[in-house]
Each structure stands twice: as structure tokens, then as C-alpha cells.
Design a protein around this ligand. Structure first.
Ligand SMILES: *[C@@H]1O[C@H](CO)[C@@H](O)[C@H](O)[C@H]1NC(C)=O
Ligand SMILES: *[C@@H]1O[C@H](CO)[C@@H](O)[C@H](O)[C@H]1NC(C)=O
Length: 434
């Protein structure tokens, strides 16, 4: 498992906006060549996001200041990234992630902007930062800063892997030039709901010609398709949509960098991974938004009461109706009137197969055969259903009732009537056939 550390230091800029440095433990990923084909090499790296604006009420006590290494080494991979000209929304959630013990994944690698060569200067890197369990996800493009004093400063360290000059404290100084982000990179929705998948971008330099592209792609279990493709060019907006009730706003895309996707009337089949790709000037960067559909089951008994009019065993059926996703757990308990505790009967129960409805939801029944002598009137049977859509398991219960005396007689009368009718009809038919 990747070890994630976040340190930060708070300090005030002259304009009194509180800012912090966030330090992320990352993996630097390179494609390793070799005869055996492509594979990836991971090396530990550090990304220091400098001067991120923070809310003024953030307590300085929660923060451990970042200290650069005492003895800078040419083997260290420390990227210092200034994000003053490119806002990273909700970067503050990175600080809270540490307190909430949320895992942060940070990966970085070389990046070649469109229209540049692999060895051109300045050098670019791409950093993907994802917070597990909500928060923010973003992908940054870093650009090395051209150091005016580089000529004079011949004594500076050269990073051994990147062959790039380091600052006097051993870091690679970069500037954030492009970011694509989502403020809700993972969300849960119900069938029929209208949702907005959040995605946006910020760019340091306004591209000379306005060529902007937004693509939303859906992927699920090996399938995938582009559901929205929008291009802003000087000659107008080009748009193609491959799902009814899906839209993005081109005005907001250009004006605010808002690339959110609106989807109306969600279906089970909309579940999946959505990839928001922004194409702006030389940069093309993506952010993933995971969308899961959850529908809790409706739980009920098929029977509305239990009585044992005779010695015959009874079957109880507990129904879980129209839920999604598939995984559901059904447990059974009985509580005798003379006992304090419930006894689990789950081992004795059986399940029907799943039935899938046309809307993609499932239904399932669980059965329990009960025999009268064990369960006197007053016994309570409980069916407990657990599902990801239920905050707590859903319980339904049925109590064994004393059979009403009338019930027995009327049942016998009923059988007698059928028997008498049968005998009479047979006699009649017999007579008629003679
Ligand atoms: C796009 O957003 C703008 C600004 O909020 C709004 O005026 C416009 O009606 C929106 N366009 C569509 C097609 O929803
Ligand atoms: C982005 O646009 C969508 C509509 O397309 C809107 O619902 C959402 O609030 C906007 N996000 C921001 C941060 O303004």
C-alpha cells in the first residue's frame, strides 16, 4: 500500500489571504523499456503544492509544517508547484483528508503537450491527485520554471533521473499551468433522479485561438462510449450527444471553466465511470467521476399472519423488492414468548433466485419452513435484510397467533361441502349415464 503523508504549513501572504503548503507523497511513474515489453517503474516522489488559499478559520494547530531536506540530494524527486495563477478548487479538503484518515493517491509522470517534442523546454509533468471516499480529485499539468540565474548558478544540483537543475534546497521548481478537477469524483444516485456530474478546468495562459473541447465518456465493465462531445471553435459550437436528457453548457464551459454534465432520469444502465476530458490549447487532461446507482429494497412478508390450525408445517416468505445493486443479505430470527433472546434461523432458510425487472432492479425472496410444535402462539419471526442502500438493516416481523376456534370449524365445513358436492355430482352423472 502506498504511504500517504500530508504536511502543510500556514502562512499569510501580503494581501492577508491565508495560504498553506500541502505536501503529498506521490509515485513518479516511468515507462520502462526493455526486451520484455513495456512495464512501469514507480519511484517515490514528493509534490509540494505551494500557497494554496485556505479558509481564514482554519486552525494552524492542525498543521505540521513542511521542512525541506537538510542535505539536498540529486536523487530526491521533490516537485514544488506554485498554484497562484491557477485555482485548485477545494484544495483544503486535502488538509482534512489527513485528519479523516482518507487515503490520497498521487501519481505523476512526464507529460508532452500537443505540438511539442519529448525533449523540449520547459518540461511538463502531469500529477493526478485523488481522495478516497469523496472530497476532490484533480489532475494538474506542471511546467518547469525557467531559471534566469541558471547560467551563473553552475554549482546547482542536477536531478539524477530527470537531468534537470534543482533549486538550492534540492527541489524542482514548477508552476501549475492547467488543472482539470471534480469536486465530487464519486457519487451515488437513485433511479429516476436528475444529476450533475461535476467537472471543471482552469488554465494559466489564455490560449491564443479559442479551440476548446469537452468529451464525456462512459465506461462500465469493459463497455464504453462517448456520451457527449462538445467543441468550441471560432466558427461556433459543435455538439453531439449519445444519451437522451444529457447536456453540458457551452457558455459556462468557456466563461467559467464549468464542464459539468447534466443527466436527466437516471437508469440502472447509466451506472459507471465517467471520464471528463478537456482539450484546451496544447493540453488534454482528464478527470474521472464514478457514479453508482443505489436503490434500497422494499421488504415485506408475503403472509399477513401466522396461525397453526393443524399440525401442517408453514412456509414464510420474506420479499426484497426492486433493489440495486444485486448484493443483499437476508437473515431470519425467532423469539419464543418464554425466551429473552432471539435465535438465528438463517441456516434453515432458503433463497429464490434473483429476478431482474425491466428497469434493471432486482427482487428476491427468502423462505423459512416452520413446524407448529416448536413455535407456540406469541412467537415472533423476524426477517432482517441488509443492503448497501439501507443505512441500518430493515426488519419485518410476524407473530404466531392462536387459531380462532371458528376458523377450524369453518374450514372443516368447507371441506365437507366440497365432498358432498362431489359425491352428489358423481351420483348424478352415474344416474344420467344409465
Ligand atoms: C447556460 O448557462 C447560462 C449562464 O448561466 C444560461 O444563461 C443559459 O441559459 C444556459 N444554457 C442552457 C442551454 O441551459
Ligand atoms: C456548473 O454548471 C452546472 C449546470 O450545467 C450547474 O448545475 C453547476 O452548479 C455549475 N457549477 C458551478 C461550480 O458553478
Amino acid at each position: 500500500m502506498l504511504e500517504i503523508l500530508i504536511f502543510a504549513s500556514l502562512h499569510a501572504l501580503t494581501n492577508s489571504v491565508q495560504v498553506a503548503d500541502v505536501v503529498l507523497s506521490c509515485s513518479f511513474i516511468e515507462e520502462g523499456g526493455g526486451m520484455t515489453g513495456a512495464h512501469f517503474i514507480r519511484s517515490p516522489a514528493t509534490v509540494v503544492l505551494r500557497d494554496l488559499p485556505m479558509s481564514p478559520d482554519l486552525s494552524a494547530d492542525t498543521i505540521t509544517p513542511y521542512i525541506p531536506p537538510d542535505n539536498p540530494s540529486a536523487d530526491d524527486l521533490i516537485f514544488e508547484a506554485t498554484a497562484l495563477s491557477v485555482e485548485i478548487p477545494e484544495a483544503e479538503s486535502l488538509l482534512h483528508a489527513d485528519c479523516n484518515e482518507q487515503e490520497v493517491t498521487c501519481e505523476l509522470s512526464h507529460y508532452i503537450p500537443q505540438g511539442t517534442k519529448a525533449d523540449s523546454v520547459p518540461v511538463h509533468f502531469i500529477v493526478s491527485v485523488q481522495l478516497e471516499g469523496g472530497g476532490v480529485g484533480f489532475t494538474l499539468v506542471l511546467q518547469t520554471m525557467t531559471d534566469e540565474n541558471a547560467e551563473s548558478n553552475t554549482a546547482s544540483l542536477i536531478q539524477s533521473k530527470l537531468q534537470l537543475p534543482l533549486s538550492q534546497w534540492g527541489t524542482l521548481i514548477t508552476d501549475v499551468v492547467f488543472v482539470v478537477f471534480s469536486r465530487s469524483p464519486s457519487l451515488v444516485a437513485a433511479i429516476g433522479e436528475d444529476i450533475v456530474l461535476d467537472c471543471g478546468y482552469r488554465q494559466r495562459d489564455t490560449p491564443t485561438e479559442q479551440n476548446l473541447g469537452l468529451e464525456w465518456r462512459w465506461q462500465y465493465r469493459g463497455q464504453g462510449k462517448t456520451i457527449l462531445d462538445m467543441k468550441e471553435t471560432e466558427s461556433g459550437t459543435f455538439l453531439s450527444v449519445d444519451r437522451d436528457g444529457t447536456s453540458a453548457n457551452s457558455t459556462l464551459l468557456v466563461r467559467d471553466g464549468n464542464a459539468s454534465l447534466s443527466m436527466k432520469k437516471l437508469k440502472v444502465s447509466d451506472e459507471g465511470t465517467y471520464i471528463c476530458t478537456i482539450n484546451s490549447g496544447p493540453f488534454q487532461t482528464q478527470q474521472i467521476v464514478q457514479m453508482n446507482i443505489i436503490e434500497p429494497p422494499r421488504v415485506f412478508f408475503h403472509e399477513n399472519k401466522i396461525t397453526f390450525p393443524d399440525e401442517a408445517p408453514k412456509r414464510l416468505s420474506c420479499h426484497c423488492e426492486r433493489y440495486y445493486p444485486l448484493d443483499v443479505t437476508v437473515e431470519w430470527f425467532s423469539k419464543l414468548p418464554s425466551e429473552k433472546d432471539s435465535i438465528s434461523l438463517t441456516d434453515r432458510s432458503s433463497l429464490s433466485s434473483h429476478r431482474q425487472h425491466s428497469d434493471g432492479t432486482y427482487s428476491l425472496s427468502s423462505f423459512l419452513i416452520i413446524r407448529p410444535p416448536e413455535y407456540p402462539p406469541g412467537t415472533v419471526f423476524t426477517c432482517r435484510v441488509s443492503h448497501v442502500g439501507l443505512q441500518t438493516p430493515s426488519d419485518v416481523s410476524l407473530t404466531v397467533f392462536q387459531p380462532e376456534p371458528g376458523q377450524l370449524t369453518s374450514l372443516w365445513e368447507y371441506y365437507w361441502m366440497i365432498l358432498v358436492t362431489l359425491v352428489l355430482s358423481v351420483l348424478f352423472l352415474y344416474q344420467a349415464s344409465r
